[in-house]
Ligand binder design. Structure first.
Ligand SMILES: Nc1nc2c(c(=O)[nH]1)N[C@H]1C(S)=C(S)[C@@H](COP(=O)(O)O)O[C@H]1N2
Ligand SMILES: [Mo]
Length: 432
């Protein structure tokens, strides 16, 4: 067993008081902490990457600016909150998702393994095989040349988005609300490519493969290999994409080629895509079996132990909405207590028919102006002007309804792995 080395950066991020004790020594009165010396000075210097010539001038209990900063950044992904750096997982705060089309730097990153070191679009190939008449191997240039190239705004949401609100906690990335986005994707239709290969009657499921490596480094193991039923695969809105918002795909979002299978868990949208195999049975690749991306097929009580046989594969994602303006926590002057609240809503394979807002903890609801999506599977924008009757603390709640008559719940439909939390989004504000 190896003990994970925790450096001062991690320690300051996780437990600032403890880090302070390590560096400045144990003192009960923080004003009387000693100056940096001995082991404390050596630890601090090691963490900062060099001797500190003027360390005698550092105030007691001082946290260097280098440590107060985010210790890890993903290039081209400013503003995201990093949940994990191995594998990389980062989400976008709600108020930074306000754009109608999600900018690339705001699209969350969910990696299960280690991204490939080479993402060269010129040498990249995609293999289509399995239950097809004509297996194919295509370069990206051939995909562009042989098939219709289309651009669509498509929503992508991790199946575990909202997991951090589960009680009891569910293991896995503790996403709050920001593992979701809707970029413009350019590519060819998955259906066109599969039809060109000739889908045999025996094909029932797809199996997706990519170039990322398992965290263990074991080449025999795959970080993830999921798939969808053939009927979903043939939906004309799925893309094999090579551009994100009019530019090459961001390296962390699957460059140079990825699947976008909107409306289903993000895990169906394979990044760094190298192969799609058609299978004559439900795919049993990594994270397809057991309890991965599966939920109990009946409602369960929070914390209930559910037998594995009772789990079913998640398909369409549920109806959901996100308030992206204003940012939670703002203050509004009582002299003008009026505010336009806006955001987006989406509903898996379905349509959103209404988004309502409440400022009185759900007692009454206010209709919003809800727009049609730019195209099927794009998210829909809502806005409403709200007036607050007097000074005080308010919450704005948002509740979307889909064309099947399903509405977002207030309470979480708890499940053991923390999936599909579509409970209402709430923001706080004060009229002062
Ligand atoms: N090759 C590969 N594809 C992948 C993943 C991965 O780890 N490896 N993660 C999946 C999951 S769980 C999600 S939610 C989406 C996230 O896409 P994004 O990182 O571009 O936002 O990618 C999916 N495709
Ligand atoms: Mo995911």
């Amino acid at each position: 067993m190896t003990k994970k080395k925790v450096d001062l950066f991690d320690l300051y991020a996780e437990d600032p008081e403890k880090a302070d004790r390590v560096v400045f020594g144990r003192v009960s009165n923080p004003d009387r902490r000693g100056f940096l010396k001995g082991a404390g000075l050596a630890t601090m210097a090691a963490a900062l990457g060099g001797y500190i010539p003027f360390h005698r001038n550092m105030p007691a209990g001082f946290i260097p600016a280098a440590m107060a900063e985010e210790p890890f950044v993903i290039e081209g992904k400013d503003g995201l909150t990093i949940l994990n750096d191995r594998p990389v997982n980062a989400e976008c705060p709600a108020h930074l998702l306000d754009d109608e089309v999600t900018p690339t730097n705001r699209l969350f990153v969910r990696n299960n393994g280690i991204p490939p070191s080479s993402m060269d679009p010129d040498s990249w190939t995609l293999t289509i095989d399995g239950e097809v008449d004509q297996p194919m191997e295509l370069t990206i240039a051939e995909l562009k040349d042989k098939f219709d190239v289309v651009t669509r705004q498509l929503q992508l949401e991790c199946g575990g988005n909202g997991r951090s609100f589960f009680d009891p906690k569910a293991r896995g990335n503790q996403w709050t609300v920001g593992a979701v986005g809707a970029c413009n994707w350019t590519g060819v239709r998955l259906a066109d490519v599969l039809n060109a290969a000739g889908v045999k009657d025996s094909a029932v499921y797809t199996a997706h493969y990519g170039a990322d490596a398992h965290l263990s480094g074991d080449p025999e193991k795959l970080p993830i290999s999921r798939g969808v039923p053939i009927a979903k695969a043939l939906n004309p809105h799925n893309l094999i994409a090579f551009e994100q918002n009019g530019e090459p795909i961001h390296p962390m979002n699957g460059a140079p080629l990825r699947l976008v299978v909107p409306g289903w868990p993000g895990s169906c949208s394979h990044k760094w895509l190298t192969r799609i195999q058609l299978r004559d049975q439900v795919h049993d690749g990594a994270k397809m079996t057991g309890k991965s991306y599966r939920v109990p097929e009946y409602p369960v009580a929070p914390g209930e132990d559910v037998p594995e046989e009772a789990f079913k594969i998640i398909e369409s994602m549920p109806v959901k909405s996100l308030i992206t303006y204003p940012q939670s926590g703002i203050e509004l002057p009582a002299s003008e207590p009026v505010l336009e609240v806006r955001g987006h809503a989406w509903a898996g394979d379905n349509w959103v028919t209404a988004v309502d807002l409440s400022i009185d903890f759900g007692a009454t609801w206010i209709k919003t102006n809800l727009r049609k999506p730019a195209n099927p599977y794009a998210w829909q924008h809502f806005a409403a002007e709200l007036k607050f009757p007097m000074k005080g603390y308010y919450e704005v709640w948002a509740r979307a309804t889909d064309d099947q008559g399903r509405t977002q719940p207030f309470a979480i439909a708890w499940n053991p792995k923390g999936y599909l939390n579509n409970s209402m989004h709430r923001i706080a504000l004060r009229v002062v």
